[in-house]
Ligand binder design. Structure first.
Ligand code: CA
Length: 330
């Protein structure tokens, strides 16, 4: 599969994809998957804060695209902190999982390119109007950028054909608190704003991502390709697998959180979903701050939002590995 060649044909039949990444390690895997999948045209990456600072995430995305020979994909700056703060500091646990530079402390060649002048929020608004049903939007960090776009132009909530986010937890505990998943935890207010407005929303949360694990067996196969891209990706993924083991998150392997959201955005048959109108709790006194949960006042109303609750683990992990072997071989 010569993915990038197909991508460059700019076939209008292809869906357009925008990634919104707080570029840590699993974001890097999501980026590689989107670059490699011949069924979508990756038209841009918006930067977010979370695993790392927003500006670091943008530089990581530029460098990763350069590493993969995808220097035609523009990178845009997004919001640098949540809607309720004026500053963001990376959590120490994020640095333990993703490294101080967000990508496992692996050094990549600096991209010859810079970020775009246009803001990520404006790029998203423009793309929503331009591509509407053909646009797949994949946020894999906090939902601040999407919320800002909707606040600036409310049509965005109905225009984007498919929003598939990595975040939240419905049937399993959170990974920051018993109720709260990390991406949602960064900005529960804006997450609620998005969950209660965005049409055609699919939540790919810990319910499914914790069931998709990668091990050093797979990264050993990447290394065997012996390209620069394969060696660098193996190095950063091994950092993540080691962090999962050392921090007792999971000793069996490291979760493919963000790439699963990309895969589901392209092919929803990887997961089984539950139709549900959701909201996010953000009352700090309530004890369940940052919980992604069904809205009991909307149980009798039609909904366009869905929660992924089961995943075809073997099919996804095997397809993910095939995609990585294809992308990294160049
Ligand atoms: Ca992420």
């Amino acid at each position: 599969m010569s993915a990038s060649n197909i991508r460059h044909t700019n076939n209008m039949a292809h869906k357009k994809m925008i990634l919104d990444l707080d570029t840590g390690i699993d974001d890097a895997l999501a980026l590689a998957y989107a670059v490699g999948d011949p069924n979508v045209d990756l038209i841009g990456i918006i930067s977010s804060y979370g695993n790392t600072l927003m500006t670091t995430a943008a530089q990581n995305s530029l460098n990763l695209l350069h590493l993969l020979g995808a220097d035609d994909v523009p990178v845009f700056l997004g919001e640098s902190h949540s809607s309720t703060t004026n500053h963001f500091d990376v959590m120490p646990i994020s640095q333990l999982i993703h490294g101080e530079n967000g990508i496992g402390d692996v050094t990549l060649e600096t991209s010859p390119r810079s970020v775009e002048q246009q803001s990520g929020v404006d790029f998203l608004i423009e793309s929503a109007h331009k591509y509407n049903d053909d646009l797949i939007f994949i946020p894999t960090g906090p939902l601040t950028n999407l919320a800002s776009a909707i606040k600036k132009d409310s049509a965005v909530a109905t225009l984007i054909g498919n929003t598939t986010l990595m975040g939240g937890a419905l049937t399993v505990p959170g990974n920051v608190t018993p109720f709260t998943e990390a991406n949602i935890h960064q900005d529960p207010e804006d997450a609620d704003f998005v969950f209660t407005r965005q049409k055609n929303l699919t939540m790919v949360g810990l319910d499914v991502t914790l069931r998709t694990l990668l091990t050093k067996k797979e990264t050993t196969a990447w290394r065997a390709l012996d390209t620069t891209a394969a060696n660098k990706f193996a190095e950063l993924m091994d950092f993540y697998i080691d962090a999962y083991a050392n921090l007792n998150i999971d000793k069996k392997g490291a979760a493919l959180h963000d790439p699963l959201a990309v895969a589901v955005g392209i092919d929803h048959t990887y997961v089984s979903t539950l139709p549900l109108s959701m909201h996010v709790t953000y009352d700090k006194e309530s004890g369940d701050y940052g919980r992604t949960i069904g809205n009991k006042d909307k149980l009798f109303e039609p909904t366009t939002s869905k929660v992924a609750v089961l995943v075809d683990t073997n099919r996804f992990v095997s397809d993910f590995q095939a995609m990585m072997l294809s992308v990294l071989k160049k």
